[in-house]
Every structure is written in structure tokens, then in C-alpha cells.
Design a binder for this molecule. Structure first.
Ligand code: M6R
Length: 613
């Protein structure tokens, strides 16, 4: 996720771009850049770091005579480390056109190879630069600028919001959208564009949202809209009534809620470029992951902290179904101080949203020291854990602002699903085609679960937010989800909550049950034999008058009258259960914390990134 802004009009261009970038920094903040006209030529300024670093550079440079149109970009790196060269804007060979981009170009590698053969010179490691050279190439081949822009867009696979300014048409901004947001802001004698509304609000409230497959061309006087084939479209402006604070959160009251709702799109981003539906394969070639990396592996360690540790527990269930290699899961704070049997036959997998967690990093260093191969599943490009691991698989959740982790978790789980399918092919020599075919439907399925369950979850929260304790029970792959549901509740609502394997209930926690102690039970038909066993645990709680909130498979009607609340999850694949069950628990924790008036995005005593022991 990155942020883009654009301006065409008579105001001084740099203050408009910088104001917009500051308001989009929540979308990415490893580097920032602007491009504008200066004495008739394109002039770029970019900088590793935050927007204020860029701003300092700009105001130190007294030789500038900046003129609109101009573009700005704040980056959340996906391809190429966060440095000045990889910061946007990017250019063609002759610096006649500048591109800013948000999203991922899945086929950039193939396109780049073709363009290099045709003589194009690339200077960055980004996927974005390919767009500039592609447009340049089509112009060279004789297309007019507009047709070259459209032809390039039609060639791109993946997700993109792309904006361009060029000396070939110096009064305009070209912008296109496919699966990454673009909002056009309409003014009097001036027009704007941005990835999100907060960047526009200081200037205008009149906006047009581009849809997938649409292009806009902005000049001072007007904005024209087209599809990717150049057919003109009519678009109706809307008036935004949000204030700035709610606009930054996309209209949501809290970042956590926004991030919960972003999960379908975060999953989609994580799938991009990794699914080869034609061959029925998972493709990790761009990450440099090959069959050889796994040769001779005799033991696998999955290590992390907090929510990422729960994703490791899910990972164990998924990986154990496809490989015979023993898998150990550890809390990083324990792993680093025990004596794990690590050697060159070990594969050490570190999970971390931030890539900076002290215990996870120390465990990784220990594993490397003992000769293990290391792989990181991480969300933050260029973080210490990614720099020190042999292989990195990035979750593409985008920046997670809320301290309580939500979309980082579901994308980590998705990465384990992909890894298990990849290993299934290597170890069982069997192509897991069916599940691979289902994967593109997962984001949509999750969306439906959120939309359907959220209103009833709010109602349930109203009944139970006064409880002092909660128990969460699950078995098999839903056991780590019980742990994660309890962690979410305790960290943001400060209610004591415990996650347990349902089979352990009789070994202690059942003593706690009474009419004021609610239990959240997770079960699903896809769990086979343990599904019925979990439902028997529900009966045992009921017999002790314990209130029950049950999450189970659609159609499981026999419990309707026996529990206080029942939530149905559509029947699905076993592998998808953790994702479909955890998101309603995130919502439940959120709604309870909201009713209790807690500071949800910044819970007391907690930090987003735990960089000390
Ligand atoms: O950045 P990491 O994934 O390494 O962080 C690990 C934990 O600190 C983190 O998951 C923490 O438990 C979250 N606050 C949970 O919501």
C-alpha cells in the first residue's frame, strides 16, 4: 500500500502535494517523492524516510521554480528495498514522463526482460519503473500518448493506481485505476487526485471515485473519464461529508475496525503474483524460493511472539497435513533460551508483522548461528528480520496502525496455506489443484462473513461487555483461533480472557463456569471427528449454566435453542477455517472494547512493535 497525490491548477504545487502526502502517510512511510515542472522540465525530489524529511530538502533548495501539474508519492515498499532509488516517481529512459504507482505489477519481471532486450535502461528494483518504460516504448512504436498509456495499462497484470505527468502533454495528469483506489477531487480552475479522501479534504469536498478499469485525464479546466479502451465515460461527483479525523480512517471510527474490514483486500494482495491458476501451482519464484531450499530438511521450527505465534500454531496444522517432517512451534522468548536441536538440516521460519520483534530476531540469529536455513514471513519490507533471513515471503497486508494485529494475522495464515500447497507439490508430487482454484474466492467469502455477522456481533457485545472473564474454546486448527480470540479481547478491552483447547476443559477450566462466565466455542464440520467432541463440550458447559456464544458451520441447527448466541460460518475448505473464524472474533473484541470506552487503537501498556525483551 502506498499513497499518491496529484495537482493541476494555479496554486503553488509543492504545498498542495506535501499536504496531501502528510495525510496519506498512514499508507506507507519508508520513502517519499514529488515531481513537478520546473522551467519546462520535469523535476524530481525524493528521499528515504518520512514526508517531513522530504519537506526539509525541498525548503532548503532555493533554486526551484515549481509549477503544476505535479505528483507526489509516499511509499510502502513491496519490490526493492526502501531507499532513494526505489522511491517514486519513476521515469522512462529520457525523463520525459514520470510515474507514481500504488499496487503490485505481477508481470513486471517478464515485461522488464522484454523492455531490456529492446534497449531500455532501468535504474530501480521496483515493479513501477516498468510502466514508464512501457509507455515510452509504445510512443516510440508510433502510438499517440493517450493510446500508449491505455495500451500499457492493458498489458499490466496485478493491482495498480498509476498517475503520470509528461513533457509530451505538460498541462495534464493521466491517472488509472485497477484494484487500487483513486479519488479525483474537483475544484474551480484546479483539480486533484489522491489514493484516499484525507489528502483532498483541505482543498475540496467534491470528488469522483474511479472504478476498476477507468482512466481520468485532469487539466485545470476539466476532468475527462475513459475506460481502458479509450471510450469516454460519464461520472457523477459526490460530496464528502466526513471530517478529517474520520477520513483518515476511511470513515471508520478506529484504525482497528478499518483494518478488520480491509482483510479481504489484504488477502487479495497477498495472493497477487503467487497463484498460477493455469498450472495449478503456487509460484514463489520471485522470492527465490526453490525446491532445493528444502532439500535435506529434517526438522522445521516455527517461531514468533503474540498474534504471530498463533499464526505459527495454525501453520503447524496446515504443514503437518502435507509433509512428514517434524514441526516444532515456539514462543520466541522461550526458544532463544532453551536448547533447540538446530543444525544444517533445520529450517527455521520466523513470523513477524513488524520484522523488528526483539525475541523473534534473537531466535533467528541463534538459528543462523547453528547453521539452520531461515525463512521469514513478514509484513514490513526491509525490516531487520527480513534483512537477516535467507528467504523472505512478504505478506502484503499494508501498514497496520492499530496495536491489535488483525490483517497481519490473516495474511500470515494465508501465507501458510500457500506454503503448504507449495510443499504438497514438492513432497507428495501431487498438484493441489482444487484448493488452488478455490483461493481466489477466499477474499469474497470473508467479505460476506463480515457483512453478515457484524450486526449480530454488535448485539451480542451489548449483552456481554459487562462480563469480567471469557473462555474461548476450539480444537485442531481452531484451537489457535481460540487463543487469538482471547488475546484480542484481553488486549483491547482489558477483560480477562483465556483460550483453551476444548479437550482440556475438563482438566481445569470447567471449574470456573457459572452463569456469569461466558464461553466462546468454535467448531466446524470440516474438523471431522473433533467437531462432535467440541459440541459435547458445549453441552457440558450448558449443564453448568454457563452462557455460550457458538461459532459453527451453517446448517448446524441442533444447537440453536441451546446457546445464547449462535453465529454461522459458511461450509468451506479446512484450510480457510482459521481466517473465516478469527475475523468475527476480532469484531467481537472490538465491539466489546468500544462499549467499554477503551482506547482501542492504542491499548494501555502495549506497543505496536516490541523491540526490547
Ligand atoms: O510484529 P510482530 O508480529 O513480531 O509482533 C508480535 C507481537 O508483539 C504482536 O503480535 C502482538 O501480540 C499484537 N499486539 C497482538 O495483537
Amino acid at each position: 500500500m502506498c499513497g499518491i497525490v496529484g495537482y493541476v491548477g494555479k496554486r503553488p504545487v509543492l504545498p498542495v502535494l506535501l499536504e496531501g502526502l502528510r495525510r496519506l502517510e498512514y499508507r506507507g512511510y519508508d520513502s517519499a517523492g514529488v515531481v513537478f515542472f520546473d522551467k519546462g522540465r520535469l523535476r524530481v525530489l525524493k528521499r528515504k524516510g518520512r514526508v517531513y524529511d522530504l519537506e526539509e530538502d525541498i525548503y532548503r533548495n532555493s533554486t526551484l521554480e515549481p509549477k503544476a501539474p505535479g505528483l507526489g508519492h509516499t511509499r510502502w515498499a513491496t519490490h526493492g528495498e526502501p531507499n532513494e532509488i526505489n522511491a517514486h516517481p519513476h521515469f522512462d529512459c529520457k525523463t520525459t514522463l514520470a510515474i507514481v504507482h500504488n499496487g503490485i505489477i505481477e508481470n513486471f519481471y517478464e515485461l522488464k526482460k522484454e523492455l531490456i532486450i529492446k534497449g531500455h535502461k532501468f535504474i530501480s528494483d521496483t515493479d513501477t519503473e516498468v510502466i514508464a518504460h512501457l509507455i515510452e516504448e509504445y510512443v516510440k512504436e508510433g502510438l499517440n500518448l493517450f493510446q500508449a498509456f491505455l495500451t500499457a495499462l492493458r498489458k499490466l497484470k496485478g493491482a495498480f493506481a498509476v498517475a503520470m505527468i509528461t513533457t509530451m502533454d505538460p498541462e495534464k495528469i493521466y491517472v488509472a485505476r485497477f484494484q487500487s483506489p483513486v479519488v479525483v477531487g474537483l475544484g474551480e480552475g484546479e483539480n486533484f487526485l489522491a489514493s484516499d479522501i484525507p489528502a483532498l479534504l483541505p482543498f475540496t469536498k467534491k470528488v469522483v471515485f474511479l472504478e476498476d478499469g477507468e482512466v481520468a485525464i485532469l487539466s485545470q479546466e476539466e476532468v475527462k473519464y475513459f475506460d481502458f479502451h479509450g471510450r469516454e465515460l460519464k461520472k457523477t461527483p459526490q460530496i464528502i461529508t466526513w471530517d478529517l479525523a474520520s477520513a483518515e480512517k476511511g470513515g471508520f471510527s478506529h484504525f482497528m475496525l478499518k483494518e478488520i474490514y480491509e482483510q479481504p483486500s489484504a488477502l487479495q494482495q497477498t495472493l497477487l503474483g503467487r497463484l498460477d491458476l493455469e498450472k495449478g501451482k503456487i509460484d514463489f519464484s520471485r522470492e527465490g524460493l526453490t525446491q532445493e531450499f528444502f532439500s535435506g530438511i529434517k526438522r522445521i521450527f516455527l517461531v514468533a511472539c503474540g498474534t504471530s505465534y498463533h499464526a505459527c500454531l495454525v501453520g503447524k496444522y496446515l504443514l503437518e497435513r502435507v509433509i512428514d517432517i517434524p514441526i516444532e512451534v515456539d514462543l520466541a522468548s522461550e526458544f532463544r533460551y532453551r536448547n533447540p536441536r538446530l543444525d544444517n538440516g533445520s529450517l527455521f521460519i520466523a513470523l513477524s508483522q513488524s520484522g523488528e520483534t526483539a525475541d523473534t530476531l534473537a531466535s533467528l540469529r541463534l538459528a543462523k548461528e547453528k547453521g539452520a536455513r531461515t525463512l521469514a514471513i513478514c509484513n514490513v519490507l526491509g525490516s531487520t528480520i527480513t534483512r537477516e533471513s535467507h528467504i523472505v515471503l512478504y505478506t502484503q497486508a499494508g501498514p497496520e496502525i492499530s496495536v491489535a494485529s488483525t490483517k497481519a494475522f490473516t495474511t500470515q495464515v494465508l501465507m501458510f496455506i500457500l506454503l503448504s500447497l507449495y510443499l504438497q507439490e514438492i513432497y507428495q508430487r501431487e498438484e493441489p489443484k482444487e484448493l488452488i482454484k478455490m483461493l481466489p474466492r477466499l477474499p469474497g467469502l470473508l467479505n460476506k462473513v463480515i457483512e453478515k455477522l457484524h450486526p449480530k456481533i454488535k448485539e451480542c457485545a451489548k449483552n456481554w461487555y459487562g462480563a469480567s472473564n471469557f473462555l474461548y474454546l476450539g480444537r485442531n486448527i481452531l484451537y489457535p483461533i481460540a487463543l487469538e480470540g482471547a488475546l484480542k479481547l484481553k488486549e483491547i478491552s482489558y477483560i480477562h480472557a483465556e483460550g483453551y483447547a476444548a479437550g482440556e476443559m475438563k482438566h481445569g477450566p470447567i471449574a470456573l463456569i457459572d452463569e456469569n462466565f461466558p464461553t466462546v466455542i468454535l467448531s466446524a464440520k470440516e474438523l471431522g471427528i473433533v467437531h462432535e467432541k467440541t459440541l459435547s463440550n458445549a453441552e457440558e458447559i450448558r449443564a453448568r449454566r454457563g452462557p455460550i456464544i457458538l461459532f459453527t458451520t451453517e446448517g448446524e441447527r441442533k444447537f440453536e435453542d441451546k446457546v445464547n448466541y449462535i453465529f454461522y460460518i459458511p461450509e468451506t475448505s479446512y484450510a480457510f477455517l482459521p481466517i473465516l473464524y478469527v475475523v468475527p472474533l476480532q469484531l467481537l473484541a472490538f465491539e466489546i472494547a468500544y462499549l467499554k470506552g477503551c482506547d482501542i487503537d492504542k491499548p494501555r501498556n502495549l506497543a505496536k512493535s516490541v523491540t526490547v525483551e
